[in-house]
Design a protein around this ligand. Structure first.
Ligand code: AMP
Length: 239
């Protein structure tokens, strides 16, 4: 895979800016596998995954004021207000590990978030333009993925009781910890998350498509194949 995160000693700054991955947006409905794919890309490119869902859940667990506001909203499957999410992302993007790029997983989810991000990146002359890749999976598959998803609370490994069950029912293969289910991974909340996705996030796809910085990949394939599809799409969009 030619889009490399490392540069040779001889390479000059121009070459370096051509090879760093830059900001990458992973879009797609709940359950398409954004988190799984982000982790594949982290391994490949050595840039961080920034998942707004994970950051919000960490705030809920820590009981911060953001977490207290977000908890109920997330429990209903609705979106947390843009101003709160944008500020959380702004703080995360100040970390030095984002210098060569980052994978935004689950952000932007509204046009307001997308225009905020565009403005922020436009103000950073050294940043490469953002590229957006959407993962596609059909509705019935998504429902199975969401309601079957189980997570190890220790190592964050993700299982699915239907398609990728652990060796021992209910326990992590690595940690042997009892697997947990996200509170919003129920059929009822899934329907609300899909409604929010169609109403608020689908326009984000059109926003990046109109700018020619958007690609779609089929998410109903083995993990490595999807990852290769995303890498190929990013390389195409970066040309
Ligand atoms: P996720 O882990 O990406 O499925 O997100 C879980 C929940 O966190 C969503 O259903 C929303 O309630 C909230 N959330 C995550 N990312 C965002 C975002 N970019 N904007 C608003 N709410 C978000």
């Amino acid at each position: 895979m030619s889009l490399s995160a490392t540069t040779s000693v001889e390479s000059g700054r121009d070459t370096e800016s051509e090879t760093v991955p830059g900001p990458i947006l992973l879009l797609g409905a709940p359950g398409v596998g954004k988190g799984t794919q982000a982790k594949e890309l982290v391994k490949l490119w050595g840039i961080p995954q920034i998942s707004t869902g994970d950051l919000l859940r960490a705030n809920v667990t820590q009981g911060t004021s953001l977490g207290r506001t977000a908890k109920e909203i997330m429990g209903r499957g609705e979106l947390v207000p843009d101003s709160l999410v944008n500020e959380m992302v702004a703080i995360r993007l100040l970390q030095p590990d984002t210098a060569n790029g980052y994978i935004l997983d689950g952000f932007p989810r509204t046009l307001g978030q997308a225009t905020w991000l565009d403005g922020r990146l436009a103000a950073q002359t050294e940043s490469r333009p953002v590229v957006a890749v959407s993962i596609q999976v059909n509705y019935n598959q998504l429902l199975r993925r969401i309601t079957g998803r189980r997570i190890c609370p220790v190592c964050q490994s993700i299982y699915n009781v239907y398609v990728n069950p652990p060796a021992t029912d209910g326990f992590c293969n690595v940690e042997n910890a009892e697997l947990t289910q996200r509170a919003d991974d129920t059929e009822e909340v899934f329907k609300e998350r899909m409604r929010a996705y169609s109403a608020l996030t689908a326009p984000v796809v059109e926003h990046y498509r109109a700018q020619g910085r958007f690609a779609e990949v089929d998410g109903d394939r083995p993990i490595a194949e999807i990852a290769a599809g995303i890498v190929a799409a990013v390389e195409r969009l970066r040309k």
